[in-house]
Design a protein around this ligand. Structure first.
Ligand code: NSS
Length: 430
């Protein structure tokens, strides 16, 4: 007889025989009867092992098995409304596959302890729900890019260019030369313009963020796209379509996980294009009216983003930031050279910026001037300037932080929970 996933077994009728395998999630026993909840990747199922219904040695072993032991069981389905999923399994045969030692994680452990034991905490229902949500998010993204004729490409994460500024770059010795861990794949994606025209990639990005916040990881999953012949308004349309598609997909595929995480899937079902656009100038005015002491050129922090999004249920684009506050590669606005053709997409409910995008500067001298202001080694950007020298066209693109997006989708209050092995200011273990 084949093993079935618990989700399948939970659809069986009274009296049907099934075999499942998994891990002991919870257990209690009294004398001649053991109640346990078994977990597999698809769900949880209650099992009941009675002494006189199974082999004596099997019962002894089952009695001895601690939580997180792995097992295979066979039994008869019994419908019972009190059991999770409305079914329980009356066991006729049980085999412990791997006896677990005393599991270190018990209730009410500190955050630090859980992070030290992340490799074990990954089995928790919360992290399982989040990882399923993240996998479905990635699936939706890939499907959207496929349906819209983007090519997926594989840029390197070892680079000589600190595209997002020197302050947060990780450097290392690359056989005698200083190299960096990539902060963005953008420049490499731009190199595909004259051949593939529409590209996207998913790579780890690294930012040596010295501040501890709920929104910053040192290593995160960076989804980036780049498209030829595109101005920033159309770039924003790509972003709002993609994000809306992801929301619809996860509301449909992950309603169980979303609800367990405290997110009503209806909140995501109403996310559809178009998203509101407001200029930085306008946003600054709004914030000043709300009493914030901000001046032209100041960046928006969490309290500002929160205030701007107070009455918004859908994401909003903030456009045309001051040139001095943004990267060297953003195109200066043709109608106002103090600003650049860019947009940040802010998520509702204070989840902050999930996407940064822009139209790319084509004027080499303007880029050199801005790079010099940042103290960058302009020589390393020669290859990038070549992209402008040989048949440049208007083009735009964006970068989306997958973990930031997942935080918003799943109402997750700290970004460390949106990634399996978070790299934080003082943590790279396990
Ligand atoms: O710095 S970004 O705003 N933009 C870029 O890197 C562009 N070069 C992308 C591009 O146009 N191809 O980062 C993009 C997004 C940002 O909106 C966040 O969602 C996310 O990357 N991001 C982060 N997520 C988690 N942790 C950290 N530290 C982080 N930094 C950025």
């Amino acid at each position: 007889m084949q093993f079935e996933k618990i989700a399948q077994a939970l659809k069986k009728k009274e009296g049907e025989q099934v075999r499942i395998r998994g891990w002991i999630h919870r257990k209690r026993s009294s004398g001649k009867i053991i109640f346990a909840v078994v977990r597999d990747s698809s769900g949880l199922m209650q099992i009941i092992v009675e002494k006189n219904k199974v082999d004596e040695e099997e019962f002894k072993a089952a009695k001895k098995a601690l939580i997180e032991s792995s097992l295979e069981v066979e039994g008869i389905i019994h419908e019972d409304e009190r059991a999770p999923g409305g079914r329980e399994l009356h066991v006729t045969s049980i085999r412990i596959v791997g006896f677990a030692e005393d599991f270190p994680i018990t209730e009410n452990q500190s955050v630090e302890f859980l992070l030290d034991n992340r490799h074990l905490w990954l089995r928790s229902q919360r992290l399982t729900n989040i990882m399923k949500l993240k996998a479905q998010t990635l699936r939706a993204i890939r499907a959207w890019f496929d349906a819209n004729d983007f090519y997926e490409v594989t840029p390197s994460v070892i680079t000589m260019n600190a595209a997002e500024g020197g302050a947060t770059v990780f450097s290392f010795d690359y056989f005698g030369q200083e190299a960096y861990l990539s902060q963005t794949a953008q420049m490499y994606l731009e190199a595909f313009m004259p051949s593939l025209e529409r590209v996207w990639s998913l790579t780890p990005s690294f930012r040596a963020e010295k501040s501890r916040t709920r929104k910053h990881l040192i290593e995160y999953s960076h989804l980036e796209a780049e498209e030829a012949w595109l101005h920033n308004e159309e770039n924003m349309q790509v972003q709002e379509e993609l994000v809306s598609h992801v929301c619809q997909h996860v509301a449909h595929e992950c309603s169980e996980q979303l609800e367990a995480l405290g997110r009503n899937p209806d909140d995501l079902r109403m996310i559809e294009p178009p998203f509101k656009r407001i200029t930085y100038r306008k946003a600054l005015e709004l914030l000043q009216q709300k009493g914030f002491d901000l001046a032209w050129g100041d960046d928006f922090g969490t309290p500002h983003e929160r205030a701007l999004m107070e009455e918004e249920e859908k994401p909003v684009f903030i456009t045309k930031f001051p040139a001095e506050s943004k990267a060297f590669y953003m195109k200066l606005s043709p109608d106002d050279p103090r600003t650049v053709e860019c947009s940040d997409m802010l998520a509702p409910e204070g989840y902050g910026e999930i996407i940064g995008g822009s139209e790319r500067e084509e004027d080499i001298n303007s880029m050199i001037e801005r790079l010099k202001k940042d103290g960058a080694n302009v020589k390393n950007y020669e290859w990038y300037f070549d992209l402008r020298r040989y048949g440049s066209v208007p083009h735009s693109g964006f970068g989306l932080g997958i973990e930031r997006l997942v935080c918003w989708l799943g109402k997750i209050d700290h970004i460390r929970d949106a990634t399996p092995f978070p790299r934080l200011l003082r943590r790279a273990y396990p």
